[in-house]
Ligand binder design. Structure first.
Ligand code: CS2
Ligand code: MN
Length: 355
């Protein structure tokens, strides 16, 4: 696939190098971000330029940013959010001037994805992330403390030790915010930034809630096809787009991913796809992550790729979380080897579809 990418966490934080990424066959794009700019601040041109140059010097392209995160004042609809809109608009302009075409973001209150186990061992000896609802009976505070004291070494995104004190306060700010209010806050944000996106030719691509179900009483608004239709209608523009994350949406067994792809790719609303598989552990929808292959998980990756092919998808795509294999110990879900195998597999399916 022409715009196959690989997520990279930057020189400082990622044990994987750009030259390793360059050697994954069929990979042309790096999906990157600045990790040292506080949420809500403008991304400085100089830093974007450095990242861009690094990626291009390695023989790769940087056209997708994941993520430019959204300040909680915007998500919670606080007074004073307007200054963050201006900052976000400026960040879009700065990114556009270095050739960025897509910005992935999410609108999950407080956290990014949530798992209860970052190092679950599969029968083959590899490690993956797992989600069990039983682990969630505890209060968020208790879970936060457990994660903080956990032995995994890595924290969940948004649960980093330096952020945890603020996080406890943030729960109060979201108390009583309904799904509808969160939707209004997203619409207000999109109305402020999409005109700038249109002007700069940068597409926004919202990432699904992961897992796509209510958590800790916090509102959640991108869980299924109905949510997507509501988000699509908020601002009628192809620049108001989606990241279709097959794993995240697939974590709800009633989401039909090929049908979602067929509907939204046909309407030109999908600039970015995350392709990965998961496997359900029981009827309650507890799941763990797996290798990308259909046979390894519960999702039919052939049908997913076929839906993309049939709808002439020509956006950006990347493998998502993989297993940690072959002795790898880095960031959960973001090792080199299994994601590289994922790329080879996805490109193989695509070549067969093309022929
Ligand atoms: C990613 C998300 O690691 C992942 O699962 O797909 O963290 C994603 O980067 C964000 O939700 C997008 O803002
Ligand atoms: Mn994803």
């Amino acid at each position: 696939m022409e715009k196959m990418g690989f997520r990279w966490f930057g020189e400082k934080d990622d044990p994987i190098t750009l030259s390793q990424i360059r050697q994954i066959p069929g990979t042309t794009q790096v999906v990157g971000a600045l990790y040292d700019v506080p949420v809500g601040d403008v991304w400085p041109r100089e830093k974007i330029k450095n990242l861009k140059n690094q990626v291009e010097d390695a023989g790769l392209k940087l056209e997708v940013i994941e993520s430019v995160n959204i300040h909680d004042d915007i998500k919670a609809g606080k007074d004073g959010r307007d200054k963050y809109f201006e900052n976000y608009q400026q960040t879009i302009r700065n990114l556009a001037s270095f050739g960025i075409k897509v910005i992935c973001y999410n609108f999950m209150p407080i956290f990014d994805w949530m798992r209860t186990d970052l190092k679950y061992q599969l029968a083959d000896g590899s490690n993956v992330m797992r989600f069990q609802s039983a682990g969630l009976e505890k209060s968020p505070e208790q879970i936060i403390d457990d994660v903080q004291n956990g032995s995994n070494g890595y924290s969940l995104p948004g649960w980093e030790p330096e952020r945890l004190t603020t996080v406890k306060g943030l729960f109060k700010e979201y108390a009583g915010i309904s799904d509808n209010q969160l939707r209004d806050n997203l619409q207000y944000f999109l109305q402020a930034i999409i005109p700038v996106c249109e002007e700069c030719d940068v597409k926004m691509a919202i990432h699904p809630d992961d897992p796509p179900r209510p958590l800790f009483g916090l509102p959640r608004i991108y869980k299924n096809i109905d949510d997507m239709r509501q988000i699509e209608a908020m601002v009628d523009s192809p620049y108001n787009g989606f990241t279709i994350c097959t794993g995240s949406l697939g974590e709800n067994p009633s989401n039909d991913i090929p049908a979602i792809i067929r509907e939204f790719v046909s309407r030109n609303r999908v600039p970015f796809v995350h392709a990965r598989n998961i496997k359900f552990d029981n009827e309650q929808g507890d799941f763990h992550e797996t290798a990308h292959l259909s046979d390894e998980g519960s999702l039919d990756m052939y049908e997913i790729m076929k839906a993309l092919h049939d709808t002439h998808f020509d956006g950006y795509i990347r493998p998502d979380h993989g297993r940690n294999i072959w002795g790898e110990t880095g960031r959960p879900g973001y090792g080199l080897y299994d994601r590289a195998l994922g790329i080879a597999y996805l490109n193989g399916l695509w070549e067969a579809l093309e022929k």
